[in-house]
Design a protein around this ligand. Structure first.
Ligand code: NAD
Ligand code: MN
Length: 476
C-alpha cells in the first residue's frame, strides 16, 4: 500500500504585498518611471503588484544618492561601524525569514522547502560572513590599506532573487562601497522588502538603493558614467553586451553568467547517493540554476542501472504548489522561460535524443514543466551544448576517465562540475583537469558564503563569496 501526502500549505498571511511599489532611493520609496511592470505569481498567474520602472532620471537619482552616501560618510566609516549595520541586517533577515521565504516562493515559484531551508538561511549567512570581514580588510591580503571602489551598479537575475542580492550587497557594503541594485523584472518583491529591512536597520540613506525595471533599466544603470563598479549575474548574452559597454571605461566588472555543468558518475560511485545528487543537481529550483548539473556523464558499465534508479526516483518527485511543504518542484518562473525550455526540449527530440518524464499531473494555471531526462544525447545536440535553465537533464555516457574529462570540458561554459566516485585519488585528479570554477565531489549544489564561486570561459569572470569576493569591491 502507498501512503498519500496530505496537503501541507504554508500560510501566506505572514506577507503583506502592497498593490504598488515605488523605487527605493536615498532611504525612501519614491514614485518614478512611467508605465509600471507587473510581477506575477508564476504558480497561479495572479498579478501580485505594480512595480515602478526606473527611467534615465530615476537611475541618475539613485546613482547620485549612492555617490553622496559614499562621499558623505559610508566610504570613510571604520570597518567595525559598517559591520554593525551588516550584522543588524543579518539578524533582521533571520527574524523575518518566514516572511521572506513565503514572499520569495510566491514571486518566484520556487518550493517553500527551498526558500525556507536554502535561500533565506544563506542570505543571512552571507551578511553575517561579510560583516565579519568589514573590520579585517587590512588582513585580507589586498594590501595594507584597501579602499572601496565607490558606487556599485548591480544587476541580478530571477532564479535566486534575494540570495543574489545578498551575494552582491553584502561584500560591497563590507568593503565600504554604496550600491544601486536592480532586481529582475519577474522577481522584484523580496528586494523591495529588503529595502524595508535597510530602513529597519537604520542604514544611512543612499547606501543601498533598489531600482526596479527590466533590461533597459539595467542597461541605464550599467552605462551610467558615475558608476565605478558593475556586478552582473544573468545570461551570457547580456553579460557580453555589458562587457562591450564598459570596455574602455574605468569601471571594474564582475560577470556571473550561464553554465552547462557536467555531473560525472564513475562505476564505483554509490548509486543511491549519486541519484540523490543528480536529482539535486538538476531539479533543485526547477533547474533554474546557473551551476546546475545539466549534463549527466555516466560510465557506460553502470548506465542502465543508474538510469533505472534515477527514473524510479523521478517518479517520486512532487511537482506543484510552491507553498506546499511537500513540493519538490515548483513553477517555472515565467511564460517566457517556459517557452525557452519548450523550444530547446523540442529541439532535443527533433535531433533524435530520447525523452522521458514520469507520469505527473500539472496544475491547469501557471507555468509548469515536468522533470525530464534525455538519453541517447550526443555532444553535438543543442541540449548538450546550450543552457536550458529548466528541469531537464541530458544524459551522455563515457568509458574512461580521460573521455569523461574531455566530454565535461567540451562546452563554452565552465562554472561548475560534479564527480562521483569512491576513490579519493580519482576525485583529485579529475577535479584538477576540469575547467570549472567549482567542482563538487560526491555532492552537488552546496553553497557556503566562505567559498568563492565563479566561472571560466563564457561563464564569466571574477569570483563572488569568500575572501576572493572582497577583491571585486576594493581598489588594489
Ligand atoms: P537576462 O540576462 O536577460 O536577465 C538578467 C538580469 O539582467 C535581469 O535583471 C534583466 O533585467 C537584466 N538585463 C537584461 N538586459 C540587460 C542589459 N542590456 N543591460 C543590463 N541589464 C540587463 O536573463 P533572462 O532573460 O532572465 O534569462 C535568459 C537566460 O539567461 C536563461 O534561459 C538562462 O539560460 C540564463 N540565466 C542565467 C542566470 C545565471 O544565474 N547565470 C540567471 C538568469 C538567467
Ligand atoms: Mn513574479
Amino acid at each position: 500500500m502507498t501512503f498519500e501526502y496530505a496537503p501541507a500549505p504554508e500560510s501566506r498571511s505572514i506577507v503583506d504585498i502592497r498593490s504598488s511599489y515605488g523605487l527605493f532611493i536615498n532611504g525612501s520609496f519614491v514614485d518614478g518611471g512611467d508605465e509600471p511592470l507587473k510581477s506575477v505569481n508564476p504558480a497561479t498567474e495572479e498579478i501580485l503588484a505594480d512595480v515602478a520602472v526606473a527611467g534615465p532620471a530615476d537611475v541618475d537619482a539613485a546613482v547620485g544618492a549612492a555617490r553622496r552616501a559614499f562621499e558623505s560618510g559610508w566610504g570613510g566609516l571604520p570597518g567595525r561601524e559598517r559591520a554593525k549595520y551588516l550584522f543588524r541586517i543579518a539578524r533582521i533577515v533571520q527574524e523575518r525569514s518566514r516572511e521572506l521565504a513565503v514572499l520569495e516562493s510566491i514571486d518566484n515559484g520556487k518550493p517553500i522547502r527551498e526558500s525556507r531551508d536554502v535561500d533565506i538561511p544563506l542570505v543571512a549567512a552571507h551578511f553575517f560572513y561579510y560583516a565579519g570581514w568589514a573590520d579585517k580588510l587590512r588582513h585580507a591580503g589586498f594590501g595594507s590599506d584597501p579602499r572601496p571602489l565607490g558606487v556599485a551598479g548591480q544587476v541580478i537575475p530571477w532564479n535566486f532573487p534575494l540570495l543574489m542580492l545578498a551575494w552582491k550587497i553584502a561584500p560591497a557594503l563590507a568593503c565600504g562601497n554604496t550600491v544601486v541594485l536592480k532586481p529582475a523584472e519577474t522577481t522584484p518583491l523580496t528586494a523591495l522588502l529588503f529595502a524595508e529591512i535597510c530602513q529597519q536597520a537604520e542604514l544611512p540613506p543612499g547606501v543601498v538603493n533598489i531600482i526596479t525595471g527590466a533590461g533597459e533599466t539595467g542597461r541605464l544603470l550599467v552605462e551610467h558614467p558615475d558608476v565605478d563598479k558593475v556586478a552582473f549575474t544573468g545570461s551570457t548574452e547580456v553579460g557580453r553586451a555589458i562587457a562591450r559597454s564598459v570596455a574602455g571605461t574605468r569601471k571594474s566588472v564582475t560577470l556571473e553568467l550561464g553554465g552547462k555543468a557536467a555531473n560525472i558518475v564513475f562505476d564505483d560511485a554509490p548509486v543511491d547517493q549519486a541519484v540523490e545528487g543528480i536529482v539535486n543537481g538538476i531539479f533543485f529550483n526547477q533547474g533554474h540554476v546557473c551551476c546546475a548539473g545539466s549534463r549527466l556523464l555516466v560510465q557506460e558499465s553502470i548506465a542502465e542501472e543508474l538510469l533505472d534508479a534515477l527514473k524510479r526516483r523521478m517518479a517520486r518527485l512532487r511537482v506543484g504548489d510552491p507553498l506546499d511543504k511537500n513540493t519538490d518542484i515548483g513553477a517555472i518562473n515565467s511564460s517566457a522561460q517556459l517557452a525557452r525550455i519548450r523550444e530547446l526540449t523540442d529541439a532535443g527530440a527533433d535531433e533524435g535524443a530520447e525523452r522521458w518524464s514520469p507520469p505527473c499531473e500539472l496544475p491547469d494555471r501557471g507555468f509548469w514543466f515536468a522533470p525530464t531526462i534525455f538519453t541517447g544525447v550526443s555532444q553535438a545536440h543543442r541540449i548538450a551544448r546550450e543552457e536550458i535553465f529548466g528541469p531537464v537533464l541530458s544524459v551522455l555516457t563515457f568509458r574512461t576517465p580521460d573521455e569523461a574529462v574531455e566530454k565535461a570540458n567540451n562546452t563554452p561554459y565552465g562554472l561548475s562540475a560534479g564527480v562521483w566516485t569512491e576513490k579519493g585519488s580519482r576525485i583529485l585528479s579529475i577535479a584538477d583537469k576540469l575547467r570549472a570554477g567549482v567542482v563538487w565531489a560526491n555532492t552537488f549544489n552546496k553553497f557556503d558564503p566562505a567559498s568563492p564561486f565563479g566561472g571560466y570561459k563564457e561563464s564569466g569572470y571574477g569570483r563572488e563569496g569568500g575572501r576572493h569576493g572582497l577583491e571585486a569591491y576594493l581598489v588594489h
